[in-house]
Design a protein around this ligand. Structure first.
Ligand code: SF4
Ligand code: SF4
Ligand code: SF4
Length: 360
């Protein structure tokens, strides 16, 4: 089971492509200790109920490192609850508890790095590339680029072995390949890029992006042929799903395994992009204090077991984010059933490039 905890909706950055966009400055809520503890309890109970043997807890935001003390507490609570479950025989002795953090990388210090190392955290670092590329969108509250606050931490991130998440907008498209190569040349071995689908991508933008993807695909292939285990998720995931004859939902979608995301007010959601403390929001799956709304959870499961009508007969539907990823559908169309034309265009283009790479 994957549990994503939104510790705070606050952030020290104002990225132009933030999920929260214009409302970022107005979002001030934080998760209190009672909600933290209850979220971990309910997730562990659900994990044991589903007879799963692992619990992955991801600290999320806003920027979760604004709440370092809460992360320390959360780890302590989770370890104590799992130990109790093992001692009482409710969990297997080899039950696995793992932690992760999604971060903008600006607030790390040695103490927090040491803590992550000790607790074997996985770190998902948002870093778009070198300064001129990264600072296009990832800006501080004052409008300055944030690269210089991450730069000092790069040697330790490299030593640690983080997964770099890089976001692409129309403004980044011409320097995408160069930036991915730069990240790899610094020593980052795991990188994945994702597109900020904002409804404004034109066919010219997609042509430019296709050129960048072709270069990335060839570069990745060359690295692999030289024995470099470089992971480039953008290309590799599409290829792997085809080779193992699986589907995206089964290969890497945590929602399929009953993942839960908890907002600062304790409301439960199916995945990251849904999480908000705002009222009257769709896809709430319950609250950590009142329990799961099984009818709402059932609707998500029903959705995951079905195919989208718009995609009927499409050969690549099981490798397509517009078809397979509830988050992508939700943030691009406002509904998990929706299909955004620009995601459809993107997925066809990227899949073709990946398939050609395998063929030649
Ligand atoms: S670091 Fe993340 S949460 Fe903060 S503004 Fe940027 S995208 Fe939004
Ligand atoms: S819904 Fe999308 S983002 Fe969420 S776990 Fe599944 S594939 Fe990943
Ligand atoms: S490429 Fe388009 S038609 Fe095919 S599965 Fe994706 S969204 Fe549906």
């Amino acid at each position: 089971m994957n549990l994503v905890l939104c510790l705070t909706e606050q952030c020290n950055l104002r990225c132009t492509y933030c999920y929260y966009k214009e409302s970022q400055a107005a979002r001030q809520t934080v998760m209190d200790d009672a909600t933290l503890e209850q979220s971990i309890k309910i997730a562990l109970e659900r994990t044991l109920f589903f007879k799963q043997f692992y619990l992955n807890i991801t600290f999320f935001g806003g920027e979760p490192l604004l709440r370092k003390e809460t992360i320390y507490k959360g780890v302590g609570i989770a370890k104590a609850l799992v130990a109790e479950a093992i001692d009482s025989g409710r969990a297997e002795p080899n039950f696995k508890l793992q932690f992760a953090v999604n971060t903008n990388g600006t607030l790390f210090d040695d103490e927090f790095f040491d803590f992550c190392e000790r607790e074997k955290f996985r770190i998902f670092l948002s870093l778009d590339g070198p300064k001129h590329h990264h600072d296009i969108a990832r800006r501080t509250v004052n409008g300055n680029g944030s690269f210089s606050s991450i730069e000092k931490n790069i040697p330790r991130f490299l030593k640690y072995g983080v997964l770099v998440l890089s976001t692409v907008t129309q403004a980044h498209v011409n320097t995408l390949f160069e930036s991915v190569k730069w990240l790899h040349e610094q020593g980052f071995q795991s990188i994945t890029t994702s597109v900020d689908f904002d409804g404004k991508w034109t066919s010219e933008d997609f042509d430019k992006l296709a050129l960048q993807y072709q270069k990335m695909a060839l570069y990745w292939k060359e690295c692999r042929q030289k024995g470099d285990k470089f992971f480039l998720g953008t290309i590799q995931d599409k290829i792997k799903i085809a080779l193992i004859n699986s589907r995206y939902r089964l290969y890497s979608c945590h929602v399929y395994n009953g993942a839960i995301g908890v907002a600062t007010n304790g409301n439960i959601f199916p995945c990251t992009r849904f999480i908000t403390s705002q009222k009257d929001t769709p896809y709430v799956q319950g609250n950590v204090f009142t329990g799961f709304d099984e009818e709402a959870c059932g609707k998500i499961r029903e959705f995951l077991d079905s195919d989208k009508k718009e995609c009927d007969g499409c050969d690549i539907r099981y490798r397509c984010c517009a078809h397979e990823c509830a988050c992508t559908s939700y943030y691009t169309t406002g509904s998990i059933e929706g299909v955004a034309p620009e995601v459809c265009t993107h997925e066809r283009m990227l899949t073709e490039i990946c398939d050609r790479l395998v063929a030649y």
